[in-house]
Design a protein around this ligand. Structure first.
Ligand code: AMP
Length: 629
C-alpha cells in the first residue's frame, strides 16, 4: 500500500487499521478490545490485552536465539568508558535488578523515580521497573532538587534510583546530595534510595534509606516478567505545561509497544540487527521511545551515548561514533549539529571517518533551520529528515515513512506529512479549519493513534482541560503552524508559554514563579527570545517594587542564581531586564504573546483589550537597548 492508501485507511477506520498491527508484537494474551472510551472521555487502545514491555525488549529476543546480539553499545567519552552489552547479558542484569526492587517491596503499579546519567544502569533500572509492572518516572539529571521534589510529591515513589554522579562537560556533578535535598524538600518520603557508585566519585550512603546498587542485588532471586494490561501505565514522564506544576504524562503499555514497533520499522526504516542511535537523554521522551524501548523492542543494537557532540576530544565525536558502531540511522535535536558546526564550520573532522553505514538522519525537538539543514546534508550526503512530535504523543506525528518503498518526499521547512493515524487539522481560534497556507492552531482529530498519552498522573481532568477542551473533538497540540497545498505541515512555534531551549521544553510560568519570589521584584514576565545556537533563551522582564534599591546587574546575578538553583542549569536563564511596567489587558493579564512578538521583531496587532498602548514602544526600545532585538 502507498502512503496515501495507508493514511486514508487509518483515517477512515482507525480501529481496523490498528487491529491489523496486533500480531506484530508478542502478547501474553491478545486484546479482544481494540479501541475503547475511558470514563473521563478519552480513549484507550488494546486495554484488555496482556503483555510486558521488558519481555518485548529483552526476553523475546533471547528466546528467539538472538541473545548474543549487542543490545546496547555504551559509549561515554564523558567518562572515557565503553561497554558492549548483549541481549542475554542485559536480560540477566535487568532480571537481577528487578529481583532487588521486588525484595524492597516494589510491585506492579508502584512508582519508582529514576534520576540517573546516561549509564547502562539507567536502562537497566527502567527495564527492571517495566519487568515488574512498576511505573518508572525518569527525572532529567539537569533538574534541580526543587523540581525533583515536585515530581516526588506527585508520583509518590516507593524507591528512588540514582548514581553517585553525572558528568557535564568536564565537571562531575554529585547526584546523591541533590536526591537527598529533594527528599528533604518533599512531603512524600520514599523508603529507599538505591545508588549506583561510579568510579570517578563515590557518594556517601549515610542514611538508613540508602542502598548500594550492587549490594542490594546480592542473594536475590532474579525476577520474571509480570503480565500487565494494555492500558496499565508503563511510565510517567513530567513535562512543562504553562503553569509551575509540571504535567505527569502517563504512557500505557499496549498502545506504546504497538506504536514504537510501527514507528521503528515504518517511519525510521530500521530492521532487526540494524544499528540505531538516539542521541538524546533518557530524561526526555526521545530517550524513552528511541534510546531504550523502541530499538530494543525492534531487535536493533542501540548506541547509548554519554557525552557532548563537541567534546572528548572534539567536534568529530558524532562522526567517530557513527564509524565505530556502523550506525545505520540516528536521531537528535538540530541544536547538536549547530554546536558541531560552530566548532568545525567546514565539517573537516567528518573527513577523518567512514560514514558509509549511515542511511539517513532524523531531527526533531525544535525547528530545523535551513542553513543547518544544508550544512548537514552537504556534509553527510544522506537525507536529513525533519519530523515532529511531543512528549504527549510519544512518537512522531509527521514524518516521511522511510521504511516504505514509496515514502512521501520530504520538503524543506516542513516537518513533512502526517503519519497514518494522525488526522492533523489547522484550526482558527473558533475551531474552524483554515485554508491551506493559512496559520492556525495545529490540532489532531480524535481518536489519536495508539501510543499517545491519554492521562495526566493524579489529574485526569487536567488532561481534558489542557488538551481536549479548547477545540472539542480534537487534541490541541499547543503548536502553531500551517499546511501547504500538498498537505505538508509547517510548525512555526508554540502558541502558549512553553519555550524550547536546545530542544528542551521549559515553562516560562515556572521561571516566573521563581523570579517573582525575589524580594525586589513586584512582577515579571519571562519570555523566550530567539538564539542562533540554542533556538530560544529565556529572558526576564522585571518590574521592581516601589522603593526597591538594587543595582540592575546585581539583581540579574541574583535572579540567574535563583533560577539555576530552583529550576536547574538547563533553563539557561541568563538575562533579566528591569522595565517600568508590563503591557496588560484591562482585566490585568500580562500580554505575553505580544512581548514574544516584540522580542522576535515580528509584526503584531494592537490587541483591543490592551490597557495602555504606550507601553509597547517603551518595551520595544528597552529590548533594543539591551541588544535583545
Ligand atoms: P517535547 O514535548 O519536549 O518533545 O517538546 C515538544 C515540542 O517541541 C513541540 O510541541 C514543538 O513545539 C517542538 N518541536 C518538536 N519537534 C519539532 C520540529 N521538528 N520542528 C519544530 N518544533 C518541534
Amino acid at each position: 500500500m502507498s502512503y496515501e492508501q495507508n493514511y486514508l485507511a487509518a483515517q477512515q477506520s482507525p480501529e481496523k487499521y490498528w487491529a491489523e498491527q496486533v500480531d506484530n508484537i508478542d502478547w501474553f494474551k491478545k486484546p479482544d478490545t481494540i479501541l475503547s472510551k475511558t470514563e473521563h472521555g478519552t480513549y484507550s487502545w488494546y486495554a484488555d490485552g496482556e503483555l510486558n514491555s521488558c519481555y518485548l525488549a529483552l526476553d523475546r529476543h533471547v528466546e528467539a536465539g538472538r541473545g548474543d546480539q549487542i543490545a546496547l553499545y555504551y559509549d561515554s567519552p564523558a567518562s572515557g568508558s565503553k561497554e558492549q552489552i548483549s541481549y542475554s547479558d542485559l536480560q540477566c542484569r535487568v532480571a537481577r535488578f528487578a529481583g532487588a526492587l521486588k525484595a524492597r517491596g516494589v510491585e506492579k503499579g508502584d512508582r519508582v523515580v529514576i534520576y540517573m546519567p546516561m549509564i547502562p544502569e539507567a536502562a537497566v533500572a527502567m527495564l527492571a521497573c517495566a519487568r515488574l509492572g512498576a511505573i518508572h518516572s525518569v527525572v532529567f539529571g539537569g533538574f534541580a532538587p526543587n523540581e525533583m521534589a515536585i515530581r516526588i510529591d506527585d508520583a509518590t515513589p516507593k524507591v528512588i534510583i540514582t548514581a553517585s554522579c553525572g558528568i557535564e562537560f568536564e565537571k562531575q556533578i554529585a547526584y546523591k546530595p541533590l536526591v537527598d535535598k529533594a527528599i528533604e524538600l518533599s512531603a512524600h518520603k520514599p523508603s529507599a534510595t538505591i545508588v549506583c557508585q561510579r568510579p570517578m566519585l563515590q557518594a556517601d550512603l549515610n542514611s538508613a534509606r540508602d542502598l548500594d546498587w550492587h549490594q542490594c542485588q546480592e542473594g536475590v532471586e532474579p525476577a520474571d516478567c509480570v503480565a500487565v494490561r494494555g492500558d496499565d501505565p508503563l511510565y510517567i514522564l513530567y513535562t512543562s505545561g504553562t503553569t509551575g506544576q509540571p504535567k505527569g504524562i502517563v504512557r500505557d503499555n499496549g498502545g506504546h509497544a504497538i506504536a514504537l514497533n510501527y514507528a521503528l520499522h515504518n517511519v525510521y526504516g530500521m530492521k532487526q540487527g540494524d544499528v540505531w542511535w538516539g542521541a538524546s537523554d533518557i530524561g526526555w521522551v526521545v530517550g524513552h521511545s528511541f534510546i531504550v524501548y523502541g530499538p530494543l523492542m525492534g531487535g536493533c543494537s542501540a548506541v547509548f551515548f554519554e557525552g557532548k557532540p563537541i567534546r572528548n576530544p572534539d567536534a568529530g565525536t558524532f562522526w567517530r561514533v557513527i564509524e565505530e558502531y556502523a550506525v545505520n540511522s540516528m536521531f537528535c535535536a538540530p541544536t547538536a549539529y549547530r554546536a558541531i558546526r560552530k566548532e568545525d564550520p567546514e565539517g573537516a573532522l567528518s573527513q577523518k571517518y567512514n560514514l558509509e553505514s549511515l542511511r539517513w538522519v532524523f531531527v526533531a525537538g525544535e525547528k530545523l533551520d535551513s542553513s543547518t539543514y544544508y550544512w548537514l546534508s552537504d556534509l553527510l550526503k544522506v537525507p536529513v529528515i525533519d519530523h515532529w512530535w511531543q512528549t504527549e504523543t510519544g512518537w512522531p506525528m509527521t514524518s516521511p515513512m522511510m521504511g516504505w518503498d514509496s515514502p512521501s518526499e520530504s520538503r524543506l521547512g516542513s516537518t513533512n506529512k502526517p503519519i497514518p493515524g494522525y488526522d492533523i487539522r489547522v484550526l482558527d481560534g473558533d475551531g474552524h479549519e483554515v485554508d491551506a497556507n493559512e496559520a492556525g492552531n495545529i490540532c489532531v482529530k480524535l481518536p489519536m493513534p495508539p501510543g499517545v498519552a491519554w492521562d495526566i498522573w493524579n489529574n485526569s481532568q487536567r488532561f481534558v482541560d489542557s488538551y481536549l477542551t479548547a477545540f472539542p473533538g480534537y487534541y490541541h497540540t499547543g503548536d502553531g503552524g500551517y499546511k501547504d497545498d500538498d498537505g505538508y505541515i509547517y510548525i512555526t512555534g508554540r502558541t502558549d508559554d512553553v519555550i524550547n531551549v536546545s530542544g528542551h521544553r521549559l515553562s516560562t510560568g515556572e521561571m516566573e514563579e521563581v523570579v517573582s519570589a525575589h524580594a525586589a521584584v513586584a512582577e515579571c514576565a519571562v519570555i523566550g527570545v530567539n538564539d542562533q545556537l540554542k533556538g530560544q533563551l529565556p529572558v526576564g522582564l522585571i518590574v521592581l517594587k516601589a522603593g526597591a534599591e538594587i543595582d540592575e546587574q546585581q539583581l540579574e546575578k541574583e535572579l540567574v542564581a535563583m533560577v539555576r538553583e530552583q529550576v536547574g542549569a538547563l533553563a539557561c536563564f541568563r538575562r533579566a531586564i528591569v522595565v517600568e511596567r508590563l503591557p496588560k489587558t484591562r482585566s490585568g493579564k500580562i500580554l505575553r504573546a505580544i512581548l514574544r512578538k516584540i522580542a522576535a521583531a515580528e509584526e503584531y496587532k494592537m490587541p483591543s483589550t490592551i490597557d495602555d498602548e504606550s507601553i509597547l514602544p517603551e518595551i520595544t526600545d528597552l529590548m533594543k537597548q539591551s541588544g535583545l532585538v
